[in-house]
Design a protein around this ligand. Structure first.
Ligand code: CA
Length: 226
């Protein structure tokens, strides 16, 4: 079993690595959030121990990036901040477990053993953008209280835009994730699909969510926008 430890405090990282290696785990270390994301996306770990307070990107941001990239590796968050809000936040972002520091090493080992017996986390079932909700299991799309009917293709486009919420997505990314290779690159089918999708989700709503970025692509943005 291979474990990634993302921890900036040398003493804690060293203690964890040493203890885990004694238990026959392979252990890699990352000392900031960006390195953590890089390693986690490039190596198949069985478990990630993720500190919350990290340089460059905090643990929540790392976790969000991993889950948004479809990474399902089990994640245990470690934090000195024993606040309920942190715990809830971490679990909402897709953490599998949460251990406040300082912790007892035997407890950590017991939790790791329990986590490794569980199947990896499913990617989030529900995606949100402001009051727009998409359920990946039931394939329902709801804005506010109103169910919205979308075609299979519109659903695929919306799902991808929601996973990349607040990021500009270009046509080639949409083509890659929502169409197969039969898509004629010269056709305007992507623009037409997005146009129809936009009228479904934004029509009649004061706040528009789906925006065109001229010459680049599209962005699903919550909050104010043009
Ligand atoms: Ca830290």
């Amino acid at each position: 079993m291979r474990i990634l430890v993302v921890e900036d405090e040398e003493k804690v990282a060293g203690f964890l690595a040493e203890g885990l290696r004694e238990q026959a785990f392979a252990v890699d270390l990352a000392t900031d959030g960006e390195e953590g994301i890089y390693r986690a996306l490039n190596t198949a770990y069985d478990l990630i121990l993720l500190d919350v307070m990290l340089p460059k990107r905090d643990g929540f941001s790392v976790l969000r990036a991993l889950r948004q990239a479809g990474q399902t590796t089990r994640v245990m968050m470690l934090t000195a901040r024993d606040a309920v809000a942190d715990r809830v936040h971490g679990l909402n972002e897709g953490a599998d477990d949460y251990l406040p520091k300082p912790f007892d090493f035997d407890e950590l080992l017991a939790r790791i053993a329990a986590l490794l017996r569980r199947p990896p986390t499913a990617v989030a079932e529900e995606l949100w953008c402001a009051d727009l909700r998409l359920n990946r299991r039931t394939r329902e799309v709801v804005r506010g209280d109103l169910p919205i009917e979308v075609s299979a293709k519109q659903f695929a486009v919306l799902e991808y835009l929601m996973l990349r919420k607040n990021e500009v997505v270009d046509r080639s990314q949409l083509a890659e994730h929502a169409w197969d290779e039969d898509l004629d690159p010269l056709s305007n089918v992507i623009d037409v699909t997005v146009h129809h999708l936009r009228s479904r989700i934004d029509k009649g709503h004061h706040v528009r969510l789906l925006h065109t970025v001229r010459g680049v692509g599209y962005v699903l943005r919550e909050g104010k926008g043009t």
